[in-house]
Design a protein around this ligand. Structure first.
Ligand SMILES: [Fe+2]
Length: 321
C-alpha cells in the first residue's frame, strides 16, 4: 500500500480534485478526459512562466558585456557542478525510499535512470577549467578554477539540494521524478539560449567550454520522455500523489531560478571588483573582439534569427563538432 503525505500545504480544492481524479465538467457536459501529465502540467504553467521571466535569463538575453557573460558562465558551471554531483545519489536514494514505501515500479525505473546521470558534474568541472583558461588568456586579473569550484554553495544551490533531501527523507520520495522532469527540461528550453548568446559574444571558440550544456541539449530529450512516462504512470496509479509532485516540481524550479540569479549577482560583484581596480582587457582581447566583429558580419543572418530550438541548437552543435 503506497503511503502519501497529505500535508503538503496545498489548497483543499486542489487536493480533493487530484485525489478524486475527476474529469472537469463544463456547461453540464463532460469534457474529454484529461491525461495525467496534462493535469500535472496545468499546475506548472505559472511556475514555468515565472522561471522564464527571472532576471538572470533576461540578463542573459539582453546583456552584451563579454566580461559579465563569461563571469556568469564561470559561476554557473562552478556552482552547477556542486548541484550536479549529488544527482545520481539522490535518484538512487529516492529509488530506495520509493521501494520501502511500496512504489516498486518507480523505484526500478529511477535506479535505471541514476546510471544515466552519473558523473555529469565532471563535464561542468572541465568547463570551469576551460572557461578559466579562456578568461586568463585575455585578462590581467586571472581566475583560479579550483577556487571557484570550492566556493560555498549559493543560497539557490542550497535550496535546490534541500528540495531533494526533504522529499527523499519524508514520505514523498516519488517526487524525485517531478524534480527530474522539471530540471531535465531546462536544457531543452534554455540550452540554445546559453549557446547562442555565448556564440554571439565570443564566437565558436567558446563552445568547447560549454560541454555540459551542449551535451544535455541532446541527452535530456530522451530523459524528458522517460520522466514524462514515469510521472504519468505514477499519477495514474496513485492520483493522490499529484499535489506532492506539483509542490516538488515547483520548489525545484524556484530554487534553480534563485541559483541563476545568484550566478548573475556573483558575476556582477566579480565584475565590479575588476572594474574598480581598473583591469583592462589585454591586447589579445582587443584583437579577439575585432575577429568576433568580423565573424559577426559574416554570420549576421544567423545571429539575428530568433532562437529556434531546432535550427539554432542544431546549427551551433554542428559547428562545435
Ligand atoms: Fe539527464
Amino acid at each position: 500500500m503506497n503511503r502519501i503525505s497529505t500535508s503538503m500545504g496545498h489548497s483543499s480544492t486542489t487536493m480533493n480534485y487530484a485525489a478524486r481524479n475527476e474529469t472537469p465538467v463544463t456547461n453540464g457536459l463532460k469534457s474529454m478526459p484529461t491525461s495525467s501529465i496534462e493535469r500535472y502540467n496545468r499546475h506548472l504553467v505559472a511556475v514555468r512562466e515565472r522561471f522564464d521571466a527571472n532576471a538572470a535569463l533576461n540578463a542573459l538575453r539582453s546583456n552584451n558585456d563579454p566580461q559579465l557573460l563569461e563571469l556568469f558562465l564561470l559561476y554557473f558551471c562552478a556552482i552547477g557542478a556542486q548541484m550536479t554531483q549529488p544527482v545520481a545519489g539522490w535518484i538512487r536514494r529516492a529509488a530506495s525510499r520509493c521501494a520501502a514505501l511500496g512504489f516498486e515500479a518507480l523505484a526500478k525505473a529511477l535506479n535505471q535512470h541514476a546510471q544515466a546521470e552519473s558523473g555529469h558534474h565532471l563535464m561542468m568541472i572541465a568547463d570551469v577549467h576551460s572557461l578559466a583558461k579562456h578568461w586568463n588568456a585575455r585578462h590581467s586579473r586571472s581566475i583560479a578554477a579550483d577556487a571557484l569550484l570550492s566556493q560555498a554553495p549559493s543560497d539557490g544551490a542550497r535550496s535546490y539540494c534541500e528540495v531533494h533531501e526533504r522529499n527523499i527523507a519524508g514520505y514523498t520520495p516519488f517526487a524525485q521524478i517531478a524534480i527530474e522532469y522539471e530540471i531535465e527540461q531546462l536544457p531543452l528550453r534554455y540550452g540554445s539560449l546559453f549557446l547562442a548568446r555565448s556564440f554571439e559574444v565570443f564566437g565558436p571558440e567558446i563552445l568547447p567550454s560549454l560541454s555540459f550544456v551542449s551535451a544535455h541539449i541532446e541527452l535530456d530529450v530522451g530523459h524528458t520522455h522517460f520522466n514524462e512516462r514515469e510521472l504519468a504512470k505514477l499519477i495514474d496509479s496513485t492520483p493522490e500523489s499529484l499535489p506532492a509532485l506539483v509542490a516538488a516540481g515547483t520548489a525545484a524550479l524556484d530554487a534553480y531560478a534563485k541559483f541563476l540569479s545568484d550566478c548573475v549577482a556573483l558575476a556582477q560583484r566579480h565584475y565590479n571588483e575588476i572594474t574598480s581596480s581598473c583591469d583592462r582587457p589585454t591586447q589579445f582581447l582587443s584583437s579577439s573582439r575585432l575577429r568576433i566583429r568580423s565573424w559577426h558580419r559574416q554570420h549576421s543572418a544567423f545571429i539575428t534569427r530568433p532562437l529556434s530550438k531546432s535550427v539554432t541548437t542544431a546549427s551551433i552543435l554542428a559547428i562545435k563538432r
